[in-house]
Design a protein around this ligand. Structure first.
Ligand code: NAP
Length: 317
């Protein structure tokens, strides 16, 4: 099949809360955005069940349904969706080029909203029980574990932050870490050690997450002695880090040491004028649907202002 070529004012890469909110705003600004939603359409919320902290949904809403609604809202204003992944980008000259397997898109502005993915343990039971007791977000799911016993896996700041947060709901939170030394900052360690609801399992790896329908425990292994045992738990929070999805932009956009895209001050402007970034791909601090959506709206406003000063080039839609 011949490569399909198209020209656009704005291409949005990614379709989680950031990308879809950017699409609503850009579409309402008559920029007729094209959204590359790719295989991860909907982003991390597609992996959650109930979302209770997205404002406006008094009784909560399922993650996939929330994303479906955002998508419909953008489509209503004629944002266009393409279910393909971007496979390469060229941001070295204008118009920018974004390629999928079948298309070459030329565009005056790009909004990068490719998000991040939580690192997973990749052990049996994890996938099957994701959203049914296995979680990667305490802020999102902690509330469902009132009066329960939980495991938090990891030894970094995220793990300790999640463990401390979860003690608001759980009766007991056990941090399971594969070494004896925590990677987390001293202050987080002090706070976690002082919390009477937190227990520790050192030198311990997770072999399997157990449960029929929902989590009932985990099979653990002492990585030093090799001893294997089972621990009861109503939930397992995997907090072993996130990976920003920025491989496409390496060498083209400035990133921090962790691979998150750098933006200028309080804007969504990247190191390349005309390229904006929003959502978890820039934010490893808050990582909420609502903050990603907020950043998405900012990216569309920034892109609109950038394009305002530039005539519609011949190629553009
Ligand atoms: P991180 O610092 O990379 O820590 C990841 C932890 O997970 C490490 O303890 C690591 O063990 C463990 N781990 C990784 N892969 C594993 C696996 N396959 N099985 C079992 N354990 C595994 O990630 P993070 O905690 O998400 O933090 C990321 C960055 O954000 C850090 O710079 C952190 O300081 C920052 N952050 C800051 C705050 C805060 O200040 N409040 C909160 C959250 C995050 P090892 O230690 O053995 O490698």
């Amino acid at each position: 099949m011949a490569m399909q070529e198209e020209s656009r004012r704005v291409v949005i890469v990614g379709a989680g809360p950031a990308g879809l909110t950017a699409a609503v705003y850009a579409a309402r600004a008559n920029l007729h955005p094209l959204v590359l939603e790719g295989v991860r359409a909907g982003g991390q919320l597609m992996l959650t069940t109930e979302v209770e902290n997205y404002p406006g949904f008094v009784d909560g809403i399922l993650g996939p349904e929330l994303m479906g609604r955002m998508r419909k809202q953008a489509a209503r204003f004629e944002a266009e969706f393409v279910s393909e992944d971007a496979v390469s980008v060229d941001l070295s000259a204008e118009p920018f080029e974004v390629r999928t397997a079948d298309r070459l898109l030329r565009t005056d502005a790009v909004i990068v909203a490719t998000g991040a993915v939580a690192r997973m343990l990749e052990v049996p039971g994890e996938d099957r029980l994701l959203g049914h007791g296995v979680s990667t977000c305490a802020t999102c799911d902690g509330f469902f574990f009132r009066g329960k016993e939980l495991l938090v896996v990891g030894g970094g700041d995220s793990a300790l932050e999640e463990a401390i947060f979860l003690t608001k709901f759980a009766t007991k939170v056990t941090v399971v870490h594969r070494r004896r030394t925590l990677r987390a900052s001293k202050i987080m360690q002090d706070r976690a050690f002082a919390n009477p609801k937190i227990e520790w399992m050192w030198d311990t790896g997770v072999d399997e997450i157990l449960g029929d329908g929902s989590v009932s425990g985990a099979r653990l292994r002492n990585v030093v002695s090799g001893e294997v045992g089972e621990a009861h738990a109503d939930g397992v929070f995997v907090a072993i880090g996130h990976e920003p999805q920025t491989a496409l932009f390496k060498g083209q956009l400035e990133m921090d040491d962790l691979g998150y895209i750098k933006v200028q001050g309080d804007t969504t402007e990247t190191s390349v004028p005309g390229v904006f970034a929003a959502g978890d791909v820039v934010d490893h601090r808050y990582r909420q649907a609502i903050t990603a959506a907020g950043l998405g709206s900012m990216a569309a406003i920034d892109a609109e202002r950038y394009l305002e000063g530039r005539p519609i080039t011949e190629h553009a839609w």
